[in-house]
Design a protein around this ligand. Structure first.
Ligand SMILES: Nc1nc2c(ncn2[C@@H]2O[C@H](COP(=O)(O)OP(=O)(O)OP(=O)(O)O)[C@@H](O)[C@H]2O)c(=O)[nH]1
Ligand SMILES: [Mg+2]
Length: 320
């Protein structure tokens, strides 16, 4: 299928075309970019929701529970699971499949997992592109699960209208370590596994962190869920709806949309520049030499970084 056929297929609800188009997006190739650019004007209708948090927090279980709740509300759901590069993920992915079996049989649900390992285009670009693609394909809700709290996850979070941060009872340090990037981009906080002891302490902890982070025009609610049983999930979907209303229809909508667009553009440009700079640095062979000099303490890391930056600038100025 060429780009035009993919565009026509995706917009007419052809699942096979959608799957193929997503493969191009994942490869970040010319066809994928063309399809995305052509479909972008059709986006903005779906509720796009990122679900993030540390490994094992219950994100997949929660995504499944949210999807079921959305289905009972009559909405169609697209799900993107970003498969972490860790070897531990294999069992989890298998577990996800089993947990999601009822959903895979539902015609109103589309599921796709994306590998982060070996993803040349960069995880944030392809996940953001996949969100746009499912939005353009007409799903009412697009859910994307990412693991971790690194730059990649912040960038994936930036690609969704609403980001749900999933924490657990008794994981205070965990939340502490995620707060830097993710607290700022999370609009709904969830303490999942609220059937375990310490859920209220975790809620209080998040509330304290929020107070430090400072608020914009939206105050992130902090909810408790038991994803395994679905307890609290209806309230979670209500909270997501409220935030989506805030960004799409409230008096703050224009400002929120501009902020989201700014986060997306800056985030994508930062990721691309970062990657290209490293490619240039590695191609020049200079990086390896500087690393050796610093490791041997013949040179300090700051002057090495400065030398590298100069070399990258020269290579780019010369058209490299
Ligand atoms: N007690 C309890 N366990 C839960 C709950 N939600 C999920 N779990 C369990 O926690 C484990 C991890 O759940 P997942 O949904 O795979 O978590 P995840 O965050 O997607 O994990 P990764 O994708 O591997 O990072 C599984 O054994 C779930 O059954 C909950 O509300 N309460
Ligand atoms: Mg998972």
């Amino acid at each position: 299928m060429d780009a035009d056929q993919l565009i026509a297929g995706v917009t007419s609800g052809d699942r096979r075309a959608l799957a193929r188009a997503l493969t191009h997006v994942e490869a970040d190739d010319a066809t994928g970019r063309r399809v995305l650019a052509a479909l972008y004007p059709r986006t903005g209708r779906a509720q796009t929701v990122g679900v993030t948090g540390s490994a094992g927090a219950g994100k997949s279980t929660l995504v499944g529970a949210i999807a079921r709740e959305e289905r009972t509300r009559g909405r169609t759901v697209g799900i993107i699971a970003v498969d972490p590069s860790s070897p531990f993920s294999h069992g989890a992915i298998l577990g996800d499949r089993i947990r999601m079996q009822d959903l895979t049989a539902d015609g109103g649900v589309f599921m796709r997992s994306m590998a982060s390992r070996g993803n040349l285009g960069g995880l944030s670009e392809s996940a953001g592109g996949a969100i746009d693609m499912l939005d353009a394909a007409g799903f009412d809700v697009v859910l994307v699960e990412t693991v971790g709290a690194g730059q990649d996850e912040v960038e994936v979070a930036n690609a969704a209208g609403t980001t749900v941060l999933v924490a657990n009872p008794g994981a205070g340090d965990d939340v502490q370590s995620m707060k830097a990037g993710l607290m700022e981009v999370a609009q709904v906080m969830v303490v999942n596994k609220a059937d375990l002891a310490g859920a209220d302490t975790a809620v209080a902890h998040l509330r304290a962190l929020l107070a430090i982070a400072g608020l914009g025009t939206w105050e992130p609610p902090i909810l408790k869920t038991v994803a395994r049983t679905g307890e609290g999930v209806s309230e979670l979907v209500d909270a997501i709806d409220r935030h989506q209303h805030h960004i799409h229809h409230s008096e703050h909508a224009a400002e929120e949309r501009r902020l989201l667009a700014q986060r997306q553009v800056v985030s994508l440009a930062r990721a691309a520049l970062h990657r290209e700079a490293l490619v240039t640095a590695e191609a020049s062979g200079l990086l390896a030499g500087l690393v050796n000099e610093v490791a041997a303490r013949h040179r300090d890391p700051r002057s090495a970084a400065e030398a590298l930056r100069e070399a990258i600038r020269r290579a780019w100025a010369a058209g490299g």
